[in-house]
Design a protein around this ligand. Structure first.
Ligand SMILES: Cc1cc2nc3c(=O)[nH]c(=O)nc-3n(C[C@H](O)[C@H](O)[C@H](O)COP(=O)(O)OP(=O)(O)OC[C@H]3O[C@@H](n4cnc5c(N)ncnc54)[C@H](O)[C@@H]3O)c2cc1C
Length: 372
């Protein structure tokens, strides 16, 4: 059986690894001239680590990711709002490194660059996987009436410091009024950081600007006087290595994640706001569930029906929770509302915070075949 995967982002390549693990021949068609991930770091949550475990890649990702540190949520002055014990949260990796780990699990002949797919009918395959991201052409072909993604009202900057920081630096999310800042140490002790703020739509800057008053300057104006080591992290970041992306989401998800022999996966199916750090994690889950369904059911049609039943409720629920996390997180600007939110967070036992997070990270990965 042969599958064509449209799009070679984290979702597409992980789906390809999963499909090959259940005996499918796979080709990934990527429109860019080369494979890789622009972008700085990415947080891999426990649910995605389990999916990577099924693919045999979790140990490698853990090796290049955040060590066993604690972390939590703080206010802009640095006062703790939520504490999370070491080992209970996210593993951050550089996106390019995660993509490389996944790519290395595929033979080179599976990966085809410089190929933009505009129609699916003429693709020679038993299964087509639309993994072509938030502005998915495959989704548009399948569901032409579906509203396009919309601006979620916030813009985000991301970068990685050029120098290592202290080994014991913690994973941290800092909430200010209308702005948040995240700190995620990588396995080599460099630090992935992001900032997000409520703002009008502005577009994308990839590759940053050498001008210190450019994107980095803007981040400095927003969070430069926040608690340590935020200013130090910005000082250790080259001005031309800051990416800015407006945040969009698919408010109305497709009525099905599958149609005919085509499955939608990752942002193509459920592009969500990044406030729970789950977009790529869900894409990785999707690929594993799709492959498990194909291994379990006799026909592609049955497998895709199962895939849709399994994934769509979860895609909708996580997207909804992510939107909510943004609303009560960095999007709050009213001082009284912020004070009330912070009081509630501070009163929360750390076990309750972890339990809250685990309502969506507790997902169990299916086995790809009984003997794996
Ligand atoms: C600021 C920010 C922070 C985030 N942080 C996190 C995080 O910490 N953790 C997390 O899990 N998620 C995070 N996300 C979400 C995550 O980035 C996305 O959900 C994830 O990258 C989606 O992967 P994908 O493979 O579905 O799509 P993409 O990564 O968009 O990949 C799609 C690929 O398809 C290719 N393509 C597009 N159209 C075509 C075509 N017609 N033909 C061929 N190829 C095509 C593209 O070139 C691209 O390579 C964040 C997002 C943002 C904006």
């Amino acid at each position: 059986m042969r599958a064509v995967v449209v799009g070679g982002g984290l979702g597409g390549v992980s789906a390809a690894v999963a499909l090959r693990a259940v005996g499918w021949e796979v080709v990934v068609l990527e429109r860019a001239a080369s494979f890789g991930e622009v972008g700085a770091g990415i947080g891999v949550m426990p649910n995605a680590m389990r999916a990577l475990g099924v693919l045999g890649l979790a140990d490698e990702v853990r090796r290049i990711g955040t060590g066993r540190v604690g972390g939590g949520v703080r206010d802009w002055r640095g006062r703790a709002l939520v504490r999370v014990a070491a080992g209970e949260h996210v593993v951050a990796v550089h996106r390019a490194d995660l993509h490389r780990v996944l790519r290395r699990a595929l033979p080179e002949r599976c990966l085809v660059t410089d190929t933009e797919v505009t129609a699916v009918d003429d693709l020679d395959a038993d299964l087509v996987v639309g993994a072509d991201g938030i502005w998915s052409r495959v989704r548009e072909v399948l569901f032409p009436g579906l509203p396009r993604p919309v601006y979620a009202g916030a813009t985000a900057w991301r970068s990685v410091t050029s120098v290592p920081f202290a080994r014991d630096l913690e994973v941290n999310q800092t909430l200010g009024a209308g702005t948040e800042f995240g700190i995620l140490p990588l396995g080599d002790d460099r630090v992935y950081w992001y900032a997000a703020t409520v703002a009008p739509e502005r577009g994308v800057v990839e590759g940053g600007e050498a001008d210190p008053d450019g994107e980095l300057g803007e981040v400095r104006r927003l969070v430069g006087d926040w608690h340590r080591p935020i200013g130090d992290l910005l000082d250790a970041t080259p001005a031309d290595a800051v990416l800015r992306h407006d945040i969009h989401e698919l408010r109305e998800q497709p009525p099905s994640y599958a149609k005919g022999r085509v499955a939608l996966l990752g942002d193509a199916a459920h592009a969500m706001t990044p406030y729970l750090g789950q977009g790529a994690c869900m894409a990785i889950e999707d690929g594993v569930v799709l492959a498990a369904a194909l291994a379990r059911f006799g026909t592609v049609a049955e497998a895709l029906a199962h895939y849709d039943r399994e994934r769509r409720p979860r895609g909708l629920a996580v997207a909804r929770m992510s939107r909510l996390a943004g609303r009560f997180g960095h999007r709050l600007r009213n001082p009284a509302a912020i004070a009330a939110r912070n009081t509630v967070l501070r009163a929360l036992p750390s076990s309750a915070a972890v339990r809250g997070m685990s309502t969506f990270t507790a997902w169990r990965a299916p086995e790809l075949s009984p003997d794996r």
